[in-house]
Write a protein that binds this ligand. Structure first.
Ligand SMILES: [Zn+2]
Length: 464
């Protein structure tokens, strides 16, 4: 039998009353109650005991106990009445809950951990298309469900990687008993995040960035932004980097990172600054504090004079209205428009792929790889192993694969990781007139923000 000892002290008499209570007594009392909440009550009583014990410890070390006369002590066993606990009535309110998929988890197990009624879990799993995606969720993925306190299921959302390597936010909602893909447009909230990285000792920039919790996506962007001016890997002890970047939130959850908006690098006595300037809603480039382009970029465009209709990054899916990670840029152009190699390189592959349709991949002398998708047909030069010159036709705009209309999907990768073509390899347009005035105005605000970051102690600046 487990005994709990509660020491009660009466302040008027200075006497101690020690009362042994037994767990068994309390447990019997609780489980005799014919209430669906009895297990909850059991938990409540367990938590109520903790402060009582804490109190007991406090009194046990009360001063002067040695000098006072030993009080008379007696063991008394007594049932104590529990205070009445008013449970809240079911509100029916809906709220979101999230659960991380564990290794070896079955979907039903995850849903039951989330407190979902069995009938509702079954109805979700009966939806063929969706349950296929849901069942494929890997360990570590997060499943969000909208439920009420009765365990009814109203909506489900999760991030899913599709065949094209794009990440989609799938949002399912139950309407009139049927499960539907959410059709309303979704816009993530953009909030600014900052980081201040100072290298110490033998630390490499990579290590310092990791210690500062700089997201991998932001680190990669930083390396790309300054790559024509300096290598971040060459930074040494005492050098520092400050960065302002976009954090994208959806329904309170961090779903990804947007652009680096401003960055400052101090290397020995040299400084480098970069500011992002948006050309339109789909593209932008980096300039230094004088408004000069930071990158040279390719001189030839993949599709001459075409407009970018969908930019890189998190975008709203045109058909589903859900969010997806767009790993390239889309050029609007008629079927048959020539697609040119923007720089000299070698053809890695020219083949048909499920999502991409007819797709050509090039490796350039620099560290870049480029990819051209949805082509109607291949150019003569587009044969694996062949070399191409800048401006050579490698294919023609089409609508093959999973495509919503004739366009060229153009991707740029560094070490297999997709990067934003418009700010890395595409020509940076010079700034003048109103664009330059706007750049200077926005730049001033970021200059101040970066200067402020430099002055903060490192730990504080990284706490965001
Ligand atoms: Zn695309």
């Amino acid at each position: 039998m487990h005994r709990l000892l509660a020491i009660l002290q009466c302040s008027e008499t200075g006497m101690d009353y020690r009362k042994p209570l037994t767990q068994a007594q309390k447990a019997t009392f609780l489980f005799d109650q014919d209430s669906p909440w009895r297990s909850h009550l059991a938990w409540l009583s367990a938590t109520a005991i903790v402060p009582a014990l804490a109190m007991a410890t406090a009194f046990a070390i009360a001063p002067n106990s040695a000098t006072e006369a030993t009080p008379n002590r007696a063991w008394i066993t007594e049932s104590l009445a529990l205070p009445t606990v008013n449970t809240l009535p079911m509100s029916g309110n809906r709220y979101w809950r999230a659960e991380i998929i564990q290794r070896g988890d079955r979907l039903l197990t995850v849903l039951s951990r989330l407190g979902i009624q069995r009938a509702d879990s079954a109805s979700l799993l009966q939806q063929d298309e969706m349950s296929k995606d849901l069942l494929k969720l890997p360990a570590g993925a997060t499943l969000h469900v909208q439920t009420n306190d009765q365990g009814q299921l109203f909506a489900v959302r999760f991030l899913k990687d599709d065949a094209q390597g794009e990440t989609q936010l799938v949002w399912l909602q139950r309407r009139d008993g049927n499960w539907q893909t959410h059709a309303d447009a979704i816009e993530p909230r953009r909030l600014e995040g900052v980081a201040h990285i100072r290298l110490q000792g033998k630390q490499s920039f990579q290590q310092a960035a990791q210690r500062a919790d700089l997201p991998r996506e932001v680190l990669q962007q930083l390396q790309e932004i300054f790559s024509d001016r300096m290598a971040l890997q060459s930074l040494r002890s005492g050098d520092s980097v400050q960065v302002v970047f976009e954090r994208l939130y959806y329904e309170g959850d961090l779903i990804g990172y947007g652009q680096v908006l401003a960055a400052h690098v101090q290397q020995d006595k040299q400084t480098f600054t970069a500011f992002y300037h948006q050309h339109d809603s789909e593209s932008g480039s980096y300039y230094d504090s004088n408004g000069q382009p930071l990158k040279q970029g390719f001189t030839v465009e993949p599709v001459e004079g075409a407009r970018i209709t969908s930019g890189f990054g998190i975008r709203v899916h045109p058909v589903l209205g859900s969010l997806r990670m767009h790993q390239g840029v889309d050029y609007a152009a008629a079927i048959g428009t020539p697609v040119r190699a923007p720089a000299a390189g070698q053809v890695v592959s020219a083949e048909y792929q499920d999502g991409y349709g007819n797709v050509v991949t090039l490796r350039h002398q620099t560290r870049y790889q480029t990819l051209y998708a949805h082509l109607s047909r291949f150019g003569e030069q587009a044969k694996p192993g062949k070399t191409v010159k800048e401006g050579d036709i490698i294919g023609y705009v089409g609508n093959t694969g999973r495509s919503t209309g004739p366009h060229l999907h153009f991707e740029v990768r560094v070490n297999q990781q997709p990067v934003d073509p418009s700010s890395t390899v595409l020509k940076t347009p010079p700034l003048s007139g109103p664009a330059l005035a706007q750049f200077k105005q926005v730049g001033q605000r970021y200059q101040q923000q970066l200067a402020m970051l430099r002055q903060l102690p490192v730990q504080l600046a990284q706490a965001e």
